[in-house]
Design a protein around this ligand. Structure first.
Ligand code: HPA
Length: 271
């Protein structure tokens, strides 16, 4: 990754009309309905944006969408890049750097995750308060990182307190139950074993998924305030573990997404 490449990506998008978005939004697996809320949208397919990671066949629908939600200019990633697809840490976080260069001032992130904390149920939303990186690497471990910001990035409060408080207040007002907790990121794509779920619980995780943490690390590198939510799609109970059902995970993500959209939309309105 070079600054020149980033500039080329940004120039391409600005020429398409991606002018001064205020908020960047990353949509997780099964979470695409927010796109219907975007007014006056302009789309750029990932494969057409210079230096964007080249999308795989199953990922052909990935695109960046610019437009308006609640009177604010947003840029939305419909579909994200995962390590388990064979991309590296720099690839999967490149779009965050591009959105930052486009001018976003805040980043919203969503994902589908499994509930490790068994007080949490599928179909609930967890506001991420902290995370554990179990992906075995960092998107900041590259030679010329200093050209892009600090190398030793502070992670004492990676998720913006002010937006967390605002989301909690919105949830209360709207009557949406939200849980709060720690998200652990693994590489995947295989799901976890019973022993691994036990381990994750001991480590202090409330939810587990295969994304988000690299993007959040880079957003902290860029000093972008972040709010992130997990849509809990399954309960990871090692003593009663059922075989994974990806279809059900995606269905539950879709069914729960309207609550997430409501929270995000209100937060966009308020900030
Ligand atoms: N692990 C377990 N359950 C899940 C995951 C995961 O990574 N993502 C969504 N549900």
């Amino acid at each position: 990754m070079t600054k020149k490449q980033l500039e080329e990506s940004v120039t391409y998008l600005k020429n398409k009309g991606f002018e001064a978005p205020e908020i960047g939004i990353v949509l997780g697996t099964g979470l695409g309905q927010l796109v219907d809320e975007i007014e006056d949208s302009i789309e750029a397919h990932y494969n057409h944006i210079p230096y964007f990671p080249l999308a795989t066949v199953e990922f052909h629908s990935g695109k960046l969408i610019y437009g308006t939600i609640a009177n604010k200019k947003v840029v939305v990633m419909q579909g994200r890049f995962h390590l388990y697809e064979g991309y590296d840490f720099l690839d999967i976080t490149y779009p965050i750097r591009v959105m930052h260069q486009l001018g976003i001032k805040k980043l919203f992130v969503s994902n589908a995750a499994g509930a490790i904390n068994l007080d949490f149920k599928k179909g609930e939303i967890m506001l991420i308060e902290d995370h554990i990186n179990l992906q075995g690497g960092s998107p900041l471990a590259f030679k010329n990182v200093a050209e892009f910001g600090d190398r030793f990035v502070d992670m004492s409060e990676p998720y913006d307190l002010d937006m967390r408080e605002k989301i909690s207040a919105i949830a209360k007002k709207e009557g949406i139950l939200i849980k709060k907790g720690v998200y652990a990121s693994v590489v995947g794509p295989q799901l976890e074993t019973k022993a691994e779920y036990r381990m994750l619980k001991i480590l202090g995780a409330d939810a587990v998924g295969m994304s988000t943490v690299p993007e959040v690390i880079v957003a902290n590198h860029l000093r972008l305030p972040i709010v992130a939510v997990s849509v809990l799609t399954d309960e990871c109970d090692p003593d009663n573990l059922e075989p994974v059902n990806i279809k059900e995970i995606i269905e539950i993500a879709g069914r729960t997404e309207p609550k997430m959209i409501q929270l995000f939309k209100e937060l966009i309105r308020e900030i």
